[in-house]
Design a protein around this ligand. Structure first.
Ligand SMILES: [Zn+2]
Length: 168
């Protein structure tokens, strides 16, 4: 794995102590504060969901939440996602993984900031162009035919807004 963040997100020196603090957290805010103290650059963005142009992503997320009996609450865009549990080095990332597991159990899905961005009109999550191309090529039905930096609904809004301005 060639990932520039592999070192940065390894467990700190006292993983057991942190994991026990994590278990003692009584609110999501406490959890966020704790993890911010350890990995201050981890979370790049919070948003309430995916753009309506990506029903496949919305349905997958909602289905997961239903399966683990939680409500979908939001998406966190993170700088790094730990290696899979099947990976030999995965133990070195147990603190980060536990944090993401707790977030998932609370209805938050973590996506790589390198792969997702926010619509600059409504702030919902949109796949970046590279991820869009990758998925669209392999699974054409899963993503819409056109990619844009904002949702199609937001595009309509911008066009209408321009139209109103030209009418004045
Ligand atoms: Zn939008």
């Amino acid at each position: 794995m060639s990932d520039k963040y592999l070192e940065k997100y390894k467990n700190p020196e006292n993983p057991e102590e942190i994991l026990s603090k994590l278990r003692e957290c009584s609110s999501l805010e406490d959890i966020k504060k704790l993890i911010y103290g350890i990995f201050p650059d981890l979370v790049k963005e919070y948003t309430r969901g995916y753009s309506s142009d990506y029903p496949y992503l919305i349905i997958t997320w909602y289905t997961l939440c239903k399966a683990i009996k939680t409500e979908p609450k939001g998406i966190i865009l993170v700088e790094f996602v730990p290696p899979s549990i099947k990976d030999d080095i995965s133990e070195e990332y147990s603190v980060l993984r536990k944090f993401l597991d707790v977030m998932t159990a609370n209805g938050f899905v973590a996506r790589r900031n390198e792969e997702f961005m926010l619509c600059n009109k409504c702030g919902l999550a949109i796949p970046r162009h590279n991820l869009y191309k990758y998925v669209k090529f392999r699974f054409p039905d899963k993503f819409p035919d056109k990619w844009d930096i904002k949702c199609s609904e937001c595009e309509v809004y911008v066009q209408e807004h321009k139209l109103q301005e030209t009418n004045i």
